[in-house]
Design a protein around this ligand. Structure first.
Ligand SMILES: *Cc1c(COP(=O)(O)O)cnc(C)c1O
Length: 377
């Protein structure tokens, strides 16, 4: 028998969540954002599972885009931060990668490039995030230079919201007003909405949206929005109890003795640790499911193991199934106990954790399709 830790990926839930993004924004096209290995879910598998629904994908690096091509994905792929060096424009032109342009050097490199054909360019406007992009005056000049270069086609204007996940509208409205004014002046189609804006800010739905985290069923609005309650978790991270300890009052458990028993305590040792991507910041009291019942982490997370309190679950023992997050346990709740967000937990899953794909698309989606694939009964 092999180690019981696994990530089960429900591709029907992924499709459901993508379709929800489309349903909420019926007049937009939605890029499926599958950067960072589809937020830890496997980019090629997720792209294959969405191939008949999504018109295009979005990633952060050209290596991620090329991996999709190697996986047989022929859709346009948006490079959300554009190129990192000038030579990437050759590959972009060759492979139909659409490039964000956020910096003067990217523009100058494109003007200087000798390319087999024009590149679809998305001008990145800094409407208030103050991370990447041009101000309005620069964006006007960028558009003119792109047009004059003959190296760009299908120009779009994109911006990223700093506060779309907060339900206080002031700063969001400020960014919206800035980008709408500029788009009207430049007569360019827009791409604005990330997941929270897709869910909560219909006015931001434009020619294209860019939902990411919501596709994986994690709610960026933490239940504050009705639509987000329809999201389904895609990844279930689960393992099993591999040993049980009876701990007397006053005895510690694990590194640094952080947890100390205040009653006679049964501890279940679970095969999952920070070497798998489970966050070591998880506090005592972090929720876990054992045989479908909720209990808590007790003691610091180790590299390969973690410990849970099963005192109140007398039936639980070696072999009991443990859900770390996913079906029946929202990843957001675990993230809150780790002082982080769902994004870091999901993207943090390490290659040691085997992924199992389920759903109607599982056979086509699985990069290891020649090996046995479990499908939902
Ligand atoms: C990652 C990313 C997104 C997706 O954001 P979510 O909050 O995951 O929906 C959208 N746009 C850009 C530019 C990004 O980098």
């Amino acid at each position: 028998m092999s180690r019981p830790l696994r990530a089960d990926i429900d591709l029907d839930a992924l499709r459901h969540n993508y379709q929800l993004a489309c349903e909420l924004a019926p007049n937009s096209r939605s890029l499926a954002v599958i950067k960072a290995d589809a937020y830890g879910h496997g980019a090629v598998a997720c792209a294959r599972a969405l191939a008949d629904l999504a018109p295009a994908f979005a990633v952060a690096t050209i290596e991620e885009a090329l991996a999709l091509r190697e996986g047989g994905i022929t859709h346009p792929v948006v490079l959300l931060e554009g190129v990192f060096e000038a030579s990437e424009y050759q590959l972009a032109a060759q492979h139909d990668f659409w490039c964000a342009i956020h910096s003067e050097w990217q523009l100058a490199a494109l003007e200087a490039a000798t390319l087999p054909g024009p590149i679809s360019c998305w001008i990145k406007f800094d409407s208030g995030m103050h991370r990447l992009g041009f101000d309005a005056e620069q964006a006007r000049a960028v558009k003119e230079r792109l047009v004059a270069s003959g190296k760009a086609q299908d120009l779009h204007l994109m911006t990223h919201f700093a506060t779309a996940d907060s339900l206080t509208p002031d700063y969001f409205q400020h960014q919206m007003a800035a980008v709408e004014a500029l788009a009207a002046e430049l007569a360019l189609p827009l791409c604005l909405a990330n997941s929270p804006a897709t869910l909560a800010w219909p006015q931001s739905h434009a020619a294209w949206n860019r939902p990411g985290i919501m596709l994986y069923g994690a709610d960026p609005l933490e239940g504050a929005n009705d639509a987000s309650r329809r999201l389904k978790p895609v990844m279930t991270l689960s393992s099993a109890i591999i040993a049980v300890r009876e701990i007397a009052i006053g005895e510690p458990v694990g590194y640094a003795g952080r947890f100390v028993a205040t009653r006679p305590t049964r501890i279940g040792v679970v095969a999952c640790g920070y070497g798998d991507g489970y966050d070591r910041h998880a506090v005592d009291g972090t929720p876990v499911l054992v045989d479908g019942q909720e209990t808590v982490l007790a003691g610091k997370v180790s590299m390969d193991m973690l410990t849970v309190d099963i005192t109140d679950l007398p039936e639980a023992g070696v072999g009991s199934r443990v859900v770390l997050w996913g079906e029946g346990l929202e990843v957001n709740r675990v993230a809150a106990s780790c002082d982080t967000i769902s994004y870091t937990l999901l993207t943090g899953i390490l290659p040691r954790v085997p992924k199992h794909y389920h759903g109607s698309q599982a056979r086509e989606a699985d990069p290891m399709a020649s090996q046995a694939v479990d499908t939902c009964a």
